[in-house]
Write a protein that binds this ligand. Structure first.
Ligand code: ADP
Ligand code: MG
Length: 324
């Protein structure tokens, strides 16, 4: 069986292009351009917590990078470099080859360079640190939403949670719908081009990793405003559209792993947002509005077609609360 260094050499060492120094030394060396800020983020995927045991290795390689690209997209940053820390139960080369293929296919699609990482033995755990660039001062933070801004989301919501429900035999789906939902769960599409194109348009942005109910609340709280979402206009796929409202909301706002973008923008920017979505090939849907928030009122209210608050107890995913 090849050793740690053979595996790194064989599967993860690629020539550095933009980095001064890539895989092979104690550190990578990166020379940021003038006038640029680096956006840096880490996301870890743990077997049994973030993905089911036996998940396809190619898709897992894709997803571990995709979830990190999604964080950069949510800041409007352009992806540049990645670091990959792996704990592997063994040196299964077929698994590693498939994992690396999935990882590098997405990395190449976004011109991301793998410049380093760590490889160790242990329970399966994959962690990427990503570095992106954004013109100084132009990153889109969570804290910029204003009262009366519209709230938008990209794509459709709840597909990934539906895919998980299918894999866990909690949902009965047609075969084609099941395959679509599972691929949204296992191979999400980070909205990188859309995130970058929304610089100067979106006032605040977050990516939807833990469900809209929790993630939009974070954005609203960071901005000191309230979010009012209209349940009837939430963009969902056909299987969710057939469900009764309460069940649909459970998936669409309570389900994690969508990796869509949720952002605010002034209503005067409506046409610009729609054009930007069209140019980036991603549907964008206006789902509500930011409102003033007084005292202890909720940061997020979901209303039905009559404007009455939905009786929903759905909230975003929280690892530690989920364990309690
Ligand atoms: P050190 O002992 O200094 O931490 P390592 O032996 O862990 O160095 O790694 C050797 C080189 O290989 C380093 O440049 C490191 O960044 C890189 N590396 C290790 N694992 C990976 C991986 N999974 N993907 C990419 N680069 C890796
Ligand atoms: Mg090391």
């Amino acid at each position: 069986m090849p050793g740690e260094f053979d595996l790194i050499e064989k599967y993860f060492k690629r020539p550095a292009r933009h980095a001064r120094l890539g895989v092979g030394d104690d550190c990578a060396l990166i020379a940021p351009e003038a006038g640029v800020e680096l956006a840096v983020s880490t996301d870890m995927l743990v077997e049994g917590t973030h993905f089911l045991a036996g998940t396809d290795a190619y898709r897992l390689g894709h997803k571990t990078l995709a979830v990190n690209l999604s964080d950069l997209a949510a800041m409007g940053a352009t992806p540049r470099y990645a670091m990959l820390a792996l704990a592997l139960p063994g040196g299964d080369e077929a698994w590693l080859a498939a994992f690396a293929s999935g990882f590098f296919a997405l990395a190449e699609a976004h011109a991301v360079e793998l410049v380093g990482g760590d490889t160790t033995k242990g329970p399966l755990n994959v962690c990427v640190t990503i570095v992106g660039e954004v013109p100084a001062g132009r990153a889109i933070r969570r804290s910029g939403a204003q009262v009366d801004d519209d709230i938008w989301v990209s794509g459709t919501l709840g597909d990934a949670a539906l895919g998980l429900a299918h894999l866990q035999q909690r949902a009965a789906l047609r075969a084609d719908e099941a395959a679509h939902a599972v691929s949204r769960l296992e191979a999400p599409t980070p909205r990188v081009a859309l995130g970058v194109a929304l610089r100067g348009i979106a006032t605040a942005m977050i990516d939807l990793s833990d469900g809209l109910a929790g993630d939009l609340r974070h954005l609203a709280e960071a901005s000191g405003v309230g979010a009012r979402v209209e349940a009837a206009v939430l963009p969902v796929g056909a299987p969710l559209a057939r469900m009764p409202l309460a069940q649909r909301l459970g998936f669409a706002i309570g389900g994690g792993d969508d990796y869509e973008l949720c952002f605010s923008a002034p209503s005067a920017a409506t046409e610009q947002v729609l054009e930007t979505g069209a140019r980036c090939g991603v549907a964008v849907t206006k789902i509500g509005r930011m409102v003033g928030r007084r005292g202890a009122t909720a940061a997020l209210v979901v209303v039905d077609a009559d404007g009455n608050p939905c009786a929903t107890t759905v909230c975003g995913y929280d690892h530690f609360k989920a364990l309690a």
